[in-house]
Design a protein around this ligand. Structure first.
Ligand code: G1P
Length: 288
């Protein structure tokens, strides 16, 4: 079985839900406590053994490239001043030479299209996809690492899922479930954003995927699905039956940072885990 070495981060979106903040700053660079959203996803990928991070970017996303580059002036200054502890805060931003690849999605034609942009960079091997909007928090056992274990046991394709309320299913890719074995559910079907009352379950896709490269020819067909977009979910649905396909129920906290409320909640939840600020945050929240 081929190891999962590469991950795709679709980061071309305009982030309109966060305007005006995202007029000049990529959504993925908005901080949760003190780290930009993209850092959480990259850390999760690293923890699962991913070696190459492929960012599918677009216009006005240059800050992401700068972020994963060396910041010579800052680093020199911190070294000169002997501020080793501060310098260490940049450790997560360092990727090995060749470990960060940037490719542009010229047109916003959907998540499936964004993933398809990385086809030649992936080649003929399994790969991961991480949607950085979804902050999946379990520092001891990160989501992609949970999935990698299942991938190593079952092969094929593995997606992360969580149960959502019935009146939220229309916002997600939803699994038609087969046999359940603990946290691992066989996937019999997938439907993107089912109309209210038509969802086959409440198991929602939460933005983490381990996929086989056989998905690329399916994406290349360019078929439009929900919202007129080229949907990753639709291409995945076509792989079911041809290859093993499993859903891994994530154990940990999910914060939907594509949504303003979810983003603020992520900041509060993660701030409360920080020794240096949790007391003052807690005290302040009590006053509200
Ligand atoms: C995308 C996927 C959807 C998934 C969701 C998770 O939708 O298409 O299947 O459930 O991410 O956040 P989007 O939120 O980009 O509309």
């Amino acid at each position: 079985m081929k190891r999962v070495r590469k991950a795709i981060f679709p980061v071309a979106g305009f982030g309109t839900r966060f305007l005006p903040a995202t007029k000049a700053v990529p959504k993925e660079m908005l901080p949760v406590v003190d780290r930009p959203l993209i850092q959480y996803a990259v850390d999760e990928a690293k923890a699962a053994g991913i070696e190459q991070m492929i960012f599918v970017t677009g216009r006005n996303k240059g800050a992401i490239e700068d972020y994963f580059d060396e910041a010579y002036e800052i680093e020199r200054d911190l070294i000169d001043k002997g501020k080793r502890d501060t310098l260490r805060l940049l450790d997560g931003t360092r990727l090995p030479a060749g470990g960060a690849v940037f490719i542009r999605q010229q047109q916003m034609l959907g998540l499936g299209h964004a993933v398809a942009c990385a086809r030649d960079l992936i080649g003929d091997e399994p790969f991961a996809v991480l949607l950085p909007d979804e902050l999946l928090w379990n520092p001891k056992s990160p989501c992609l690492a949970q999935m990698t274990e299942t991938y190593e046991a079952k092969g094929g394709n593995v997606i992360a899922v969580l149960e959502v309320p019935a009146d939220h299913t229309h916002r997600y890719g939803i699994v038609d479930p087969g046999t359940v074995d603990g946290l691992v559910t066989e996937v019999k079907g997938l439907v993107e954003k089912p109309a209210a009352g038509t969802a086959p379950s409440r198991l929602a896709v939460i933005g983490r995927y381990i996929l086989q490269p056989d998905i690329f020819p399916l994406l290349a067909r360019g078929e439009r699905g929900a919202g007129g977009e080229i949907q990753l979910t639709d291409a995945m649905a076509k792989l079911i039956g041809q290859q093993p396909f499993h859903a891994q129920t994530f154990t940990g906290d999910r914060h939907d940072c594509g949504d303003k409320a979810g983003f603020i909640q992520a900041n509060l939840a993660l701030a409360l885990e920080r020794d240096d600020i949790s007391d003052s945050i807690r005290a302040f929240m009590k006053t509200l």
